[in-house]
Design a protein around this ligand. Sequence first.
Ligand SMILES: Nc1ncnc2c1ncn2[C@@H]1O[C@H](COP(=O)(O)OP(=O)(O)OP(=O)(O)O)[C@@H](O)[C@H]1O
Ligand SMILES: [Mg+2]
Length: 264
Amino acid sequence: MSKSFALNGSSRSRYAGNEIIPVVQDLSLNIQRGTVTALIGGNGAGKTTLFNMVSGLLKPDKGTITYISNEKEHECHLSQPYEISRLGIGRMFQGIRIFEKLTIYENLALFKFNINSESPFYTLFHKKAFRLLEKDIQTSIRDILEKLPGTDNVFLNDLNKPAGKLSYAQQRLLSMIGLFLGEYDLILMDEPTSGINYESIGDIRSWITKFMEIGKTVFLIEHNMNFVKEIADYCHYMASGKILYSGQPKEVFENAEVRNEYLI
Ligand SMILES: Nc1ncnc2c1ncn2[C@@H]1O[C@H](COP(=O)(O)OP(=O)(O)OP(=O)(O)O)[C@@H](O)[C@H]1O
Ligand SMILES: [Mg+2]
């Protein structure tokens, strides 16, 4: 698939000028079910743009994205983000994407609703609809939080705290817990360890291991090569919108260009 942007930031189709920057170029990639696949590459290589296309936030200019589940093929490049989410593809964003003014509990409840309901906000704020589901949600949230190693029950003990009062690392962990609640099959994570302290990186690693134990598929973007080495089955190195090297992490890290990019 391919994607270009105009220099002025508008999408190619709306731009009449000539200054078009190819960001993803004739890229072809397969993600195997039940594996952890890492996408690495320097700043601006096009990694997040690729994730934006898989999750439906951007449409490719050219090419297709097919997701196979229940032996059916789904055309993600023709689908809206909410449809892709309902297919079972969940996304953790680069940086923070939580609702700071909502409590930890409300944020988690939204993740839980995302895949199950037509309109998560309606259900969350419509008291009667919410009451009907509340027991269910509480049970799922407590269930997940009790099972996750290393959270120190900071979330469990403080469910009514505004999420904005959590530290940066905790907010990132909260969005990851949300992915568990969303019951997704394919989980996209954009730099899950960025800005996270050493101990919490250990938590993220064990959570991903848990995802894998229950048959999930993880596709992650990372700049932390030690983390990639420990967690990933496959690794793709991307530069200037193309995948240049693919293989097991240790094979890809042997390449001089990759070593130079990451100083390893
Ligand atoms: N909406 C947009 N309009 C114009 N240019 C864009 C847009 N989104 C991304 N770009 C450009 O496309 C290129 C690739 O961006 P992208 O965010 O995909 O990189 P990345 O590989 O995720 O980098 P990083 O590791 O820094 O997150 C960059 O040069 C970026 O400035
Ligand atoms: Mg990025």
